[in-house]
Design a protein around this ligand. Structure first.
Ligand code: SF4
Ligand code: SF4
Length: 114
């Protein structure tokens, strides 16, 4: 578990969106992202998702280099207002090994990042 004494303020560098790995998404998140992009859910699923390795649900597709299919340019998330919890929760609620080398988030004292 990450320590909770320090919180990190995202600087929107987009590096985590280029990091390879699954982004697990549930049904309400799919509905919200499809709606945000003006697509029927079926189209969103066909265009942007694939089955997770554990077959327990869907993940967002990646480009060959590992970047999320919904990343536009260097750091613009096309679904930012409704991005999945896994994206919102990084790096304060979960982290991947080596995250500090790629994430430009700034540590702030707890309670100072509202
Ligand atoms: S959904 Fe948005 S925030 Fe999440 S990995 Fe893709 S581009 Fe990044
Ligand atoms: S790598 Fe860190 S600072 Fe950069 S967008 Fe992701 S959470 Fe924000």
């Amino acid at each position: 578990m990450p320590d909770t004494a320090t919180r990190y303020l995202c600087q929107r560098c987009g590096n985590c969106c280029r990091w390879p790995g699954e982004v697990a998404i549930d049904d309400p998140e799919i509905a919200a992202m499809a709606d945000h992009l003006g697509l029927p859910e079926r189209d969103f699923i066909e265009r942007y998702t694939t089955l997770r390795r554990n077959r327990a649900g869907l993940t967002l597709n990646e480009h060959p280099g590992g970047a999320c299919v919904l990343l536009d340019g260097a750091n613009h998330c096309r679904v930012n207002p409704v991005k999945p919890a896994q994206c919102r929760d990084f790096p304060n609620r979960w982290r991947f090994p080596g995250w500090r080398e790629v994430c430009e988030a700034i540590p702030v004292p707890a309670g100072d990042d509202t």
